[in-house]
Design a protein around this ligand. Structure first.
Ligand code: ADP
Ligand code: MG
Length: 286
């Protein structure tokens, strides 16, 4: 079921309270027993049951009888908690439509003081194991690895956007809660969807942005024509959750992959050829 702006808007405050309660209890249970929710919310059994059934209807929680009877949040519920928080803090006042759905994220238009983008990070169980490989500090045992992984992914992207702000052309990060980042809307198109009049200039600009990011400690890690936008004046680099530091043991390999992807694109679409070693030393400065 899709996350619907209407569902979020019409959410009763008791339903938010039940979602929060399940979220909290999920640190102790894979499936949260109804009695625990009643105890935690201090709602009556009837009220709790009614709110649980509403949340089930809206596709925000799931119920199972196996291995024992209980409830758990699903992505729609977790996203809802984050978005409600951003509404409460005044970051956004309305949620628009979904403009992008990738393997590990959903992107929505929203309205705040201006047009805002909400990026909902949604990392499933399998990706979490890949993410965990290089990061020993992520907990081994947790009932809900997708919650941790999605929150972690949003944190990583938010950190990059905050650090690169004013130095590299990235969307301005406005706020983050749980797995959701609010950022400014870029009024442009992906390079994959543009026909550039000045491709050589834009290619140089991508390299110079990569160089600036590199010197500030960031290698994008997923650079491609799909993650660079052009607004007719400037280019913007988006989609940073998988950045790594130039001091990471795989930095050389990952930087080469980024460079190869972007140079291949300019070669294929605009016949711009470039020397791999020269480009690499331009970005790294050595
Ligand atoms: N700040 C933004 N302004 C405008 N469009 C955006 C912005 N961020 C993302 N998008 C759109 O959403 C799509 C997906 O976002 P992205 O961050 O690349 O996530 P992913 O590729 O991991 O799904 C982008 O290709 C772009 O079309
Ligand atoms: Mg992308």
């Amino acid at each position: 079921m899709d996350l619907s702006a209407e569902h979020i808007k019409n959410l009763h405050k008791y339903e938010i309270r039940v979602l929060q309660s399940i979220e909290y209890l999920m640190t102790r249970y894979s499936w949260v027993p109804k009695d625990e929710i009643i105890h935690n919310t201090r709602f009556s059994a009837g009220e709790t049951e009614f709110r649980l059934s509403k949340l089930m209807e809206k596709g925000m929680i799931k119920y199972s009888q196996v291995p024992y009877s209980g409830y758990t949040l699903v992505f729609n519920g977790y996203d809802t908690l984050a978005i409600s928080h951003l509404v409460k803090k005044g970051i956004i006042s309305s949620l628009g439509s979904c403009i992008g759905e990738g393997k590990e994220s959903r992107v929505y238009e929203a309205l705040g003081t201006g047009p805002v983008i909400l990026k909902l990070h949604r990392i499933g169980q399998r990706s979490f194991q890949t993410v965990r490989k290089g990061r020993s500090y992520l907990p081994e045992k947790q009932h809900c690895p997708w919650v941790i992984a999605s929150h972690f992914s949003a944190e990583q992207e938010y950190l990059a956007l905050c650090s690169l702000q004013n130095h590299v052309n990235v969307p301005i990060p406005l706020a983050m809660n749980r797995n959701v980042i609010a950022m400014t809307y870029i009024a442009g198109d992906k390079l994959s969807d543009c026909t550039l009049e000045n491709p050589q200039e834009i290619f140089e600009e991508v390299l110079s942005q990569m160089q600036e990011a590199y010197h500030r400690g960031y290698i994008h890690g997923d650079l491609s024509e799909y993650n660079v936008m052009y607004d007719g004046d400037k280019i913007w680099i988006i989609d940073w959750p998988q950045w790594i530091s130039p001091s990471h043991e795989n930095a050389g390999e990952i930087l080469d992959h980024d460079l190869q992807t972007i140079t291949k694109f300019f070669q294929r679409k605009y016949r711009i050829s470039s020397d791999k070693d020269e480009i690499r030393s331009r970005v790294t400065g050595c």
